[in-house]
Design a protein around this ligand. Structure first.
Ligand code: DQA
Length: 150
């Protein structure tokens, strides 16, 4: 672990298209904008932030493995993998620190297939429906959970 605890921010499939992709649902901010929000919150909380985006499930799983014993918490917006990736669930369940599930939209108010999160059982909690503000809230929640456990 580095001198300052690190938080891994994981971004799943199609989040690289934010800004362009269904702006009526996800807004016009880009993923870089959201990462900047998360980084500012991490800085304010005395944490380092690493970001990894991938459209591939295995790459996200490997990033979770690489965070084991090295990062203090994970904030994850897994995109649609949220709703069916039991292998990402299992990777997160094998991670020692707090896991905060994050969504820009409110999946519970959308199509039925989005109502289930298979990641939720591996998460400490979730933040959904607050758009870009969620990136600030999720990092601050992770910071609080890190502090509470030490
Ligand atoms: C999302 C919600 C998911 O249902 C969807 O597949 C996404 C984005 C969100 O941030 O609102 O890709 O995770």
């Amino acid at each position: 672990m580095s001198a300052r605890p690190c938080v891994l921010l994981l971004s799943g499939p199609n989040l690289d298209l934010l800004g362009d992709r269904q702006p009526e649902v996800y807004g016009t901010a880009t993923l870089d904008d959201h990462v900047a929000t998360a980084r500012a919150a991490a800085e304010a909380e005395g944490l380092d932030l690493e970001h990894h985006q991938s459209n591939h499930e295995g790459s996200l799983i490997e990033a979770v493995h690489a965070a084991r014993g090295r990062c203090a918490a994970i904030v994850v917006n897994a995109g649609a993998l949220t709703h069916y990736s039991w292998s990402l669930h299992d990777a997160l369940a094998a991670f020692d620190g707090p896991v905060v599930e994050l969504h820009l939209s409110n999946p519970a108010g959308r199509e039925p297939f989005r109502h289930t999160s298979v990641l939720a059982p591996a998460a400490s909690g979730s933040i959904a429906g607050f758009g870009g503000l969620g990136y600030d809230l999720a990092v601050r929640a992770a910071a609080r959970l890190i502090r509470d456990q030490s």
